[in-house]
Design a protein around this ligand. Structure first.
Ligand SMILES: Nc1ncnc2c1ncn2[C@@H]1O[C@H](COP(=O)(O)OP(=O)(O)OP(=O)(O)O)[C@@H](O)[C@H]1O
Ligand SMILES: [Mg+2]
Length: 295
């Protein structure tokens, strides 16, 4: 492939410049410059409390931030969360759960119902609901079209996690930000989940993936950013990240620790939790999920 074609084929879907978020005295995000291209899976990793969820909150309009956020070149940092969603960016929530009493298709439908009084009144009179086509399209993207009428309890955990992703893909989403979407999956399920993410990215969707499962992120991501105390401390390919002494130090608290220890996500998480307990206790605010699944 010639250089010309390669340049023409790359669309930067998400780009942030100097994105910062402050919670009282805590700098949760500091000057973050990050990009995600169409068709790319970009990992965002870092110890507990590093600012990963905050970054997703800021990009999608759920946290007050300064700096620039662009979606496909257009500034979106001054528009409300629902308008950013309509413009083509969507997120999942760290503890995002499905409605157990609704079918898979209904779980997707409620995620795209319009909000606001005017929409409510017009929906009552017109009986309007999201067209089945866009629900089916999102389910097909995650390979779950066949279970549209089942309830979440009838699905495997891996399938339930994919419904969570499909919910964010509904309505022509071009950029999706996934906050620990594979939490709770075992190694095999996690690998399958990763393969599904690759298929989604192959359709041209840009994916920002947050996860503590190191084998998943190193396996599935094209590039990674590492956050620590709200700052990007490293960025690059999975190989570059694994060998970066600053990353090893951030995760394990000591530069002497071997880089291949990063393969053990649980150890990294444990070490980070111990670190945050000792280093952050003086400054931490509440770590609640803003919005708690509301849209
Ligand atoms: N709504 C909030 N109000 C005040 N402080 C907050 C709020 N949300 C997050 N923080 C603080 O911002 C920092 C970053 O938190 P954040 O939840 O973004 O980290 P994280 O990298 O997603 O962690 P985890 O891996 O545990 O999910 C932490 O110090 C946290 O206590
Ligand atoms: Mg988080």
């Amino acid at each position: 492939m010639s250089d010309v074609i390669e340049i023409a084929a790359t669309t930067t879907l998400l780009s942030t410049r100097g994105l910062s978020v402050h919670y009282g005295g805590v700098t949760a995000n500091a000057d973050i410059d990050l990009t995600v291209d169409a068709g790319e899976i970009v990992g965002l990793i870092g110890p507990n409390g590093a600012g990963k969820t905050t970054f997703v909150d800021a990009v999608t309009g759920f946290a007050k931030s300064s700096g620039e956020v662009r979606l496909d070149g257009e500034r979106v940092d001054r528009i409300a969360a629902n308008r950013r969603r309509t413009a083509g960016m969507a997120r999942t929530w760290q503890a995002g759960e499905l409605f157990a009493d609704l079918t898979v298709a209904q779980n997707l439908a409620v995620a795209v119902q319009r909000v606001g009084l005017r929409a409510l009144i017009s929906d009552v009179f017109t009986g309007s609901r999201p067209p089945a086509g866009i629900i089916d399209e999102a389910l097909a993207m995650v390979g779950l079209l066949g279970v549209a009428d089942r309830r979440p309890g009838e699905l495997t955990l891996g399938q339930q996690k994919l419904v969570g992703v499909a919910r964010a893909l509904v309505g022509g989403t071009r950029l999706v930000l996934l906050d620990e979407p594979a939490a709770g999956l075992d190694t095999h399920e996690s690998r399958e989940f990763g393969a599904e993410l690759r298929r989604i990215a192959a359709t041209g969707v840009g994916i920002l993936l947050i996860d503590h499962d190191m084998s998943l992120v190193l396996d599935v991501c094209d590039r990674l950013y590492v956050l620590d105390f709200g700052r990007v401390i490293a960025a690059g390919s999975p190989t570059e990240i694994q060998d970066d002494p600053a990353v090893v130090a951030a995760y394990l608290g000591s530069p002497e620790v071997q880089a291949d220890s990063l393969d053990d996500g649980s150890a990294a998480e444990r070490s980070a939790a111990e670190r945050s307990a000792t280093e952050r206790s003086a400054t931490d605010g509440p770590a609640d999920e803003p919005g708690g699944g509301a849209r």
